[in-house]
Design a protein around this ligand. Structure first.
Ligand SMILES: O=P(O)(O)O[C@H]1O[C@H](CO)[C@@H](O)[C@H]1O
Ligand SMILES: O=c1cc[nH]c(=O)[nH]1
Length: 289
C-alpha cells in the first residue's frame, strides 16, 4: 500500500496537482507548456467533455476527428514533467482507492507540442522539428534507479567526451522517442532532430545577458557535435524528462516543436502563434487519421 504522503489525493479523490480522476483522461495525451495553448487546441475540438485547471496544469478532454484526446499544460521545465508524468501514470496504473499498483498496466501515448530554439543554420525560424532523441541537461532522470536501462549510453559517452563535460553541471542523459509515434511523422516537413532539454532558458541554453556563462564554449561544441550522422538541432525545456519517464513507466512519447528562434542567426519570431496553429492542425491530423 502506498502511503498518504507519497501519493497525495485531494478530498474529492482527485490526484494532488493535476486535480484529475482516472475517468477524466483519454489514453491519448497531448502536452503543451503554455496553458493558453490548451485553449487554442481545444477550440478545434468537436466537443468538450471535461475541463479543469490547478496552477499551471490545465486539462481539457474532448473529441477531435471522432477520437478522444486529453490536453494538459505542463508549465515550464522538467520539474513539472516529473509531476505530470508520475500523476498521469498513477491515474492509469495505480488503484487510487486501494493505493496499490495494478497488475495490468496501461500504456499512454504522450505527444508534446512545444516551442523551441534552433541550433543549426539550416533550421530557420518557423520550421517543425520532431525529436528523435532528447538530451537532458536537467539531471532529473538521474534521481531514478536504473535510468541507464532506458538511455543511449554510447551517445552520452560520445557527447560528454566531445564537449569535455564539466562535472559541476548535471550529468546529461539521452533517451529515444517512441518509434511507434515517430512513424506518424515521416513526412519531410517534419525535420528529425536531437533536442536538448535545459533546466533554464538563459544560462542553461547559453544565453548571456548580464551574467557570464560558466562554460562559454558549450553551445559551439553542441552545434558542432555529431554522432552516427545525427546533429543536435534544438533547445527546449521538457522533452528529456517526458522521454525518460515515459520509457521507464512503459508509455510512448514524442515531442514536436515549432522553432521560434534561431540561435546561430540570432533571429526570432515572437509572433509565432499563427505558425503554432498550423503545427497543431498537422499534429492532430497525424495522430487521429
Ligand atoms: O512553448 P512551450 O511548450 O512552453 O516550450 C518551450 O517554451 C518555454 C520557454 O519559453 C519552455 O517550456 C520551452 O520548452
Ligand atoms: O530558444 C528557445 C525558444 C523556446 N523555448 C526554449 O526553451 N528556448
Amino acid at each position: 500500500m502506498i502511503g498518504q504522503s507519497e501519493l497525495i489525493l485531494n478530498n474529492d479523490g482527485t490526484i494532488f496537482h493535476l486535480h484529475l480522476k482516472p475517468e477524466n483522461i483519454s489514453e491519448q495525451i497531448i502536452l503543451v507548456g503554455d496553458p493558453a495553448r490548451v485553449d487554442t487546441i481545444s477550440s478545434l475540438f468537436e466537443s468538450i467533455e471535461f475541463e479543469i485547471q490547478n496552477r499551471e496544469f490545465k486539462t481539457v478532454t474532448g473529441i477531435f476527428n471522432n477520437k478522444r484526446l486529453t490536453l494538459i499544460s505542463t508549465g515550464i521545465g522538467t520539474d513539472n514533467i516529473d509531476i505530470v508524468l508520475n500523476e498521469l501514470d498513477a491515474l492509469v496504473n495505480i488503484d487510487l482507492k486501494k493505493r496499490e499498483i495494478k497488475d495490468k498496466k496501461t500504456s499512454l501515448n504522450i505527444v508534446r507540442i512545444g516551442t523551441s530554439g534552433g541550433l543549426q543554420t539550416d533550421l530557420p525560424v518557423n520550421s517543425f522539428v520532431v525529436s528523435k532523441k532528447a538530451i537532458g541537461f536537467d539531471g532529473m532522470l538521474n534521481f531514478y534507479a536504473n535510468r541507464k536501462n532506458v538511455c543511449d549510453l554510447s551517445f552520452e559517452t560520445a557527447f560528454k567526451q566531445y564537449t569535455k563535460w564539466d562535472n559541476s553541471l548535471p550529468t546529461p542523459y539521452v533517451v529515444d522517442a517512441s518509434e511507434k509515434l515517430l512513424e506518424k511523422f515521416e513526412s519531410q516537413e517534419f525535420r528529425k532532430g536531437v533536442t536538448i532539454s535545459a533546466p533554464g532558458f538563459y544560462g542553461p541554453q547559453g544565453r548571456e545577458l548580464r551574467l557570464p556563462l560558466a562554460v562559454p564554449e558549450l553551445n559551439r561544441k553542441v552545434e558542432e557535435f555529431s554522432f552516427n550522422d545525427l546533429k543536435i538541432t534544438n533547445f527546449e525545456m521538457e522533452c528529456s524528462a517526458i522521454y525518460g519517464l515515459s520509457k521507464m513507466l512503459g508509455h510512448n512519447a514524442l515531442t514536436i516543436c515549432l522553432i521560434i528562434a534561431n540561435r546561430v542567426s540570432l533571429t526570432a519570431n515572437e509572433n509565432y502563434r499563427e505558425e503554432m496553429k498550423k503545427l497543431i492542425r498537422k499534429v492532430l491530423n497525424a495522430l487521429t487519421n
